[in-house]
Design a protein around this ligand. Structure first.
Ligand code: 5GP
Length: 203
């Protein structure tokens, strides 16, 4: 059996990546969404083991020391660690499953450095004006926080050329956006490097 592929989806706050990834997984339950570990506190409605593994800072640091994280980032903004547990990802890939990571740009670049076969996809809002109105529309952040997030988004978007694919998430087009990402996943499954067994069938 050929191994699955690791897909990394990044996108700045306001790109709608959480909603798009949710739609993608609902439509294509064969995809495995990696559950990250974090030291941040759960938000209302978030469950341990479903949205994140909520662990303490010392537990997170022990996991790093034991080499159990595929990648991690320590956000200076909110002081929290976020990372991808390695074992679950490796097991699913070895089992031939395609795995999705929904992580920010620094973590994405760490994975790409270690695993060249990983496919990176950057989800972007159509433009800065739409991004700003989405952040304002959420009504969850102060004006100062929105300015910070816009500045961070601009920094993150500078890494776009390092990504394999970019997908624009237009307003009100969640399904189309999820379908577009799925078409990338399907195309990657048909790369000749992934279909070497076909030659064997003709020996
Ligand atoms: P939030 O606190 O809003 O759930 O997530 C904040 C940021 O952390 C988002 O950009 C999200 O993509 C990123 N993130 C979530 N899980 C991981 C992870 O495992 N590793 C890294 N590097 N970033 C993550």
């Amino acid at each position: 059996m050929s191994k699955g592929t690791l897909f990394i989806i990044s996108g700045p706050a306001g790109s709608g990546k959480g909603t798009v990834v949710k739609a993608l997984i609902e439509k294509h339950p064969e995809l495995v969404l990696s559950i990250s570990a974090t030291t941040r506190k759960p938000r209302l409605g978030e469950e341990h083991g479903k949205h994140y593994f909520f662990i303490t800072q010392s537990e997170f640091e022990e996991r790093i020391a034991r080499g159990e994280m595929l990648e991690y980032n320590h956000f200076t903004g909110n002081g929290n660690y976020y990372g991808t547990p390695k074992k679950e990802v490796e097991l699913a890939l070895a089992d031939g499953k395609d795995v999705l990571l929904e992580i920010e740009v620094n973590g994405a670049m760490q994975v790409k450095d270690k695993m060249d076969s990983a496919v990176t996809i950057m989800l972007t809002p159509p433009n800065g004006t739409v991004l700003e109105s989405r952040l304002v529309g959420r009504g969850t952040e102060s004006a100062e926080e929105i300015c910070k997030r816009l500045a961070t988004a601009k920094e993150e978007l500078k890494l776009l050329p390092k990504y394999d694919y970019s997908v624009v998430n237009e307003d009100g087009k969640i399904e189309e956006c999820a379908d577009l990402i799925y078409s990338i996943i399907v195309a990657e499954r048909h790369k000749t490097a992934k279909t070497k067994s076909i030659i064997e069938n003709f020996r």
